[in-house]
Design a binder for this molecule. Structure first.
Ligand code: MTE
Ligand code: MO
Length: 529
């Protein structure tokens, strides 16, 4: 090291710490923003933040994942991504501080590691192009390192604009230059981020879905009569029999929703089958499609929770496709795998036992929404989603029960996931203020594929009152139930319980959702005045 370099180092080191922190944070922001721009311009390069997020989702142990990714569904995903961004910028700030003190090498090493980690996490995304992800991640890191070195250099020398009159180490001149260039770096990062968002156009998946008309299903589906005996007005707040697509709950581990263009998508039948085959989307649409109304629930649904919905699914019976594949005698498990490598497995026994198991392409008369698995997903009546309802599916593999565990099994959820008998009070709302007098009590109850034979409510632990049930034409959906209550003034608790089609009473529990679904009789408190 020459003596003049040593002097320069000393000059920089004497700058207050926040210069280094700020320069590092800005450099990291530029690097991340550049990653967003590249991912916005490409269909198969994930942003750096997203890549890290997906890696975290994968490595997170079950108990933690259960707290976040599985149950909170959507709300926790932005929190995760923001958290990663903030931590990355904070690490950038630390690199900046080290570089301020020790020169260029912490910038190069720090951002180098940053780039390697970004490359590793983005390239492992099953939908990404690995080479391009590595390349652009390293470019993003190089941009970060250069930006940091450049900004810190502004503290060493005044700008090019300096005149001969100016003292080359005038602290005010260098500070001004640093601040101007820093503001420029911040603005560039924001503009790049904005541009990255702006160029993110409509995906090929959305375009394909928008121009798709599902073939008409024969025979047309019959909507069950669901009119409750109480006026609709009074029942404001009761779930509708069919849950509209845009209010249907969403649960998955996907941090960015897989955008699958049906034109280059195929579903493969593999494993223990005599005739492995692939089928295209058009070939599926040309088959005999059927409509079936099936209630789907998440195993993470708490008692009284809303991770449950009922839809009319259009699709091909899985049995038809499996017959074509020729399932071998020893196969005991059907494993579905999505384009983002999420997996779920269920016993082969459920095929042909009378229940509906569909490869669905439609939901409530529309092509599957992208959030709900476009172009195709599985829906198996009577099984929780985590063991069956693979969205964005691309492979159905026949294997043995012990050979493979789906995504959530090693994370502490049971291997089998039959849906438990459950009931929920929708009206009145929990903690509602109720006016004394005739008050409707109503809600939903479900036990696919056993059906619901009876629902009862009890007020203040008094006698059980039998409720009226809506008529349904299948045992695979929920029923709406209601009754009327002469509400006296005061605080009251209302409890509901259901019996399934075989006459078995809903379990009293209580049991947590983990490992195989919540148990308990939904109880709410209301205040009557
Ligand atoms: N590809 C994929 N499919 C998935 C999941 C997932 O994480 N990835 N989650 C499953 C779970 S746990 C549930 S409860 C259902 C929810 O389906 P929905 O989002 O359409 O309501 O999807 C299932 N299918
Ligand atoms: Mo779920």
């Amino acid at each position: 090291m020459t003596s003049s370099e040593t002097e320069r180092e000393t000059e920089t080191e004497h700058r207050p710490r926040y210069y280094g922190l700020a320069a590092g944070a800005l450099a990291a922001s530029m690097s991340l923003a550049f990653g967003e721009l590249v991912s916005g311009l490409s269909d198969n390069i994930p942003g750096l933040v997203l890549g890290v997020g997906e890696w975290i989702v994968d490595i997170t142990p079950g108990w933690l994942a259960a707290l976040g990714i599985e149950t909170a569904g959507t709300a926790d995903k932005p929190i995760l991504l923001w958290g990663i961004s903030i931590i990355s910028i904070a690490i950038g700030a630390i690199i900046g501080d080290l570089s301020r003190r020790y020169g260029h090498w912490p910038a190069v090493v720090g951002f180098g590691l940053f780039g390697l980690f970004g490359g590793f996490t983005t390239a492992r995304n099953p939908m990404s192009s690995a080479g391009a992800s590595w390349f652009w991640s390293l470019v993003a890191a190089a941009i970060g390192a250069s930006a940091l070195v450049f900004l810190l250099e502004r503290l060493r020398r005044p700008t090019r604009l300096r005149t001969a009159l100016e003292d080359p180490v005038d602290p005010r001149a260098t500070r001004r230059a640093f601040l101007i260039w820093s503001a420029g770096a911040g603005a560039t990062a924001l503009a790049t981020l904005g541009l990255g968002r702006g160029v993110r156009g409509t995906s090929a998946a959305e375009t394909a879905r928008d121009s798709l008309a599902l073939p008409t299903v024969n025979p047309p589906s019959t909507a069950p009569s669901t009119a409750p005996a109480v006026s609709e007005d009074a029942l404001n707040g009761l779930s509708s029999y069919i849950t509209p697509n845009d209010s249907f709950y969403r649960i998955d581990t996907a941090l960015s929703i897989p955008q699958v263009d049906p034109a280059d998508w195929k579903l493969s039948f593999t494993g223990m089958v005599d005739n492995p085959f692939e089928i295209t989307f058009d070939e599926i649409l040309a088959m005999d499609l059927e409509d079936h109304t099936i209630t789907l629930s998440c195993v993470s649904n708490e008692i009284g929770g809303n991770l449950v919905g009922n839809a009319t699914w259009t699709g091909v019976p899985l049995e038809t496709l499996l017959d074509r594949a020729g399932v071998q005698a020893g196969a005991t498990q059907i494993v579905g795998r999505s384009v983002d490598d999420w997996t779920a497995g269920f016993p082969t026994e459920v095929i042909g036992d009378g229940r509906n198991a569909l490869l669905a392409v439609g939901m409530n008369g529309e092509p599957l929404p992208i959030l709900h698995g476009f172009p195709a997903r599985l829906v198996v009546a009577g099984l929780y989603g985590y063991v069956s309802a693979v969205k964005w599916i691309e492979e159905i593999r026949l294997t043995t029960w012990d050979d493979f565990d789906g995504f959530w099994i090693p994370r502490g959820w049971s291997k089998e996931g039959p849906m438990k008998t459950t009931s929920r009070i929708d009206v009145p709302r929990r903690n509602a203020d109720v006016v004394a007098g005739a008050t409707p009590i109503a809600g939903v109850a479900w036990a696919p594929t056993r059906g619901i034979s009876r629902v009862e409510v009890s007020v203040d632990q008094g006698p059980w009152i039998e409720c009226e049930l809506s008529e349904v034409t299948t045992d695979e959906t929920w029923v709406l139930w209601n009754t009327r209550w002469e509400a006296p003034a005061g605080d009251h608790i209302i409890t509901v319980r259901a019996y399934d089609g075989s006459g078995e009473l809903q379990p009293l529990g209580p049991a947590d959702p983990r490992p195989d679904g919540a148990e308990g009789w939904h109880t709410i408190r209301v205040e009557v005045s």
